[in-house]
Every structure is written in C-alpha cells, then in structure tokens.
Design a binder for this molecule. Sequence first.
Ligand code: ZN
Length: 405
Amino acid sequence: MTRLALIFALLLVWPGLAAAQEPATLQPGASSLTVTGRGKLLGWGGPPPMELRLTLTRAVPYRVYLVGDPIRLIVDLQGVDFAGSRPDDLFGADLVPAIRWGHYRRGWSRVVIELPGPYRVQSAGQRTTAPQPQITIALHPVDEADFAPRPSAATALRDLPPPAEFAPAAPPEKLVVALDPGHGGIDPGAQAGSASEADLVLSFAHDLRAALQARGVEVAMTREDDSFVRLEERMTRARAAGAQLFLSLHADALPQGQAAGATVYLWNPASDGRAARQLAMRHDRDDLVAGVDLAGQDDALADTLMDFARTDTQPRSENFARWLTSRMALMGIGMHGRPVKGAAFSVLKSPDIPSALLELGFISDDSDRANLTDPSWRARMVEVVADAITGWARDDRARSAMLRH
Ligand SMILES: [Zn+2]
C-alpha cells in the first residue's frame, strides 16, 4: 500500500472509532512474522528482510517506529486486546530474539519486537476491509550507519501520544550469571587427540566471563581451574552466588555422524532421544539428586514442589535458548539441525534458576573441533553468548515487569 493510500484508509476509518467500541482483538493464528528475502549484509548474509502481519478484528489507529539500543520495532495500537494470546505463539516468533506485547497505557497496547540487527521500516499499511483488517509492516535490513531510530516517514500517524516506555525502566539491578564449565579434574570429559573437553570449556568460560564483566555482569564460576566439582555442588555454588541464570558449557563427543553444530539443551526428564541419553550418562556420572535442599520432604512432595517452581522457570529457560539460537544464527555460528533439545541433565534441574546447557560443538566432529580451537571462531562465539545473556536478562525483566503490571 502506498503511503497516500494508507493515510486515506486511516482517514476513512478514523471517524468510525467511537470510544465506546469493543476492543479490537488480535488474531494470532492469522498473524505472522516472515522472511521475505535473503540477508545481504555482513559476510554470512546478515539479517534478512522481514514482514510483520498483525490481523485484528477491526481496523485501529496505530503507529510504527524503531528505537535503538537495543534495536526494536515498536507498534502502538489503540483499543487492541491481546486476549491472552502469547507472543511466543506468533508464527515466526523464533526469527527474532524476542517479542513482547501487552497493554501499556490507557486505551493503548504495544508490540515490541527485538530485531536481529539494524533495519528500516520500508512500508507500513493497514488493510481496513474484509476478510480481516490487517496491519502489514515491511522491514528491510540496513547498515549500522543507516539505522535511523526515530519516527520516520513510515510513522503512520504523528498526532498520537508520544511513546512511553513499554515497561517501566527496570531498576539497575545487578545481573549475576553462573558459568559452569563442564567436567574437570579426574573427569576430563570428551577427548580428541590432545584436546580435552574440560580444558576447552574452561578456557571458553574464562573468555566469556571477561566479556560479561565488560558488560557489567557479575559472573560466578562453578569451577575456576582444572578441578573436579560434583554436579550438585555446581548448582549449590550458583545458588549461593545469587545467580539469575545458570549456563553449563560443554563440547562433548558422540559417535561419528550423530551430532555436529552448537546445541542448546534444556531440562526435560521425558526426553528419550538416543543422543540425549548418551550425553546424560556422560554428564551424570557422579551421584546427585536435586539442586534444592529437599531434606525432610518426601519424594512425591519434593517432585511436586519442583514442578511447581519450574512452571515459572522453564519458559524463562526456553526464552534464553531462543536468544542463544537467534544470536548464533545472526552471527553465522553453525548449529545442529534441531538446535534446542530437551534432556534429563541433572545439572539443569534447579527449579528456581533458569538453566541451559550449551554444547559449543562436538569435539568428535572434525569441523566443530576445528572451530573450538580456532581463536576467531571462539571470539565470535563468546560475543554471541554474552549478547544472548544480556539480551535475555533485559527481556526477562521486561516480561516480569509486565506480569506485575
Ligand atoms: Zn560434557
């Protein structure tokens, strides 16, 4: 739709928007975020052009703009009810690091989409008629220098209230992250030639700690050197440090051809994949039970308590996995064909701390092993993981602020 037609359409629909109208409802099943072309920036393709379609039960006034730091697309909508639909359920939600939506001030709702790089709004328009009113926003990737985070020609309406922050700015709460380099000491983990998994992930964790500290993040390490630390103790150290995220780092071996590429594992006791079981056996060689002190509780009650706590924690862990895979895709890190998996790794069992295990790659795979020992690949991966952690933390706080709202 051309801009003129768009303004015309909005003028047509405007008088019909009496205050007493029922709220328009977002139709998540008929809404989507899709890739419309190939990324051309940067060496590995870069962020692709995308199109966002929001289907509503009636047309509404809206405005569209970009903000920076981090780069986000904001869509403000008047009189829209999200009717309990979850941003994660939007088709294509996994193309971007995060999507949030909700009510933000009287009569107004807001959609916030974290973008995987700098974009411009190429076009924005609203179809006001049957079959269903739909807002379509085309986003085109641009160079960093061309990113214009301000209302532009694409801002649909200029006379709407100025944008307020979606979530109240979170107090500058300290972010504490536990890094857990797998194995160590008597347990070298997987080995290939002279390289041991325990050494590789320890040095990666040291690099990652430096990158996180440079971003103002406090880091607790579950081991600092080549020493053996039991799995239960790892979780205890994380909890004692007040960690808000637990990230276990590994580079395991699996029989030839079974696994290649970075893979993120989340707690899932029901997972019965062959690779997941093989890895769980490798990881859970020492005895342990759970990450919380459940002394005095009978097992059934303990399980219930853990499940109860996990209903809050698990979606947060899943969200972190999406931040990781999204950053890896953007930065051209080779991932496993199905990069997020479930596994019954005991170290992920903390019911109260979002937890993930990242296989940086598989030491048994030739190209992964080459990457794991390549300083430039490692530096890129360190940036990816550090960005994913700080991005996730910001997003996690914004989500919890919305829930409290
Ligand atoms: Zn391992």
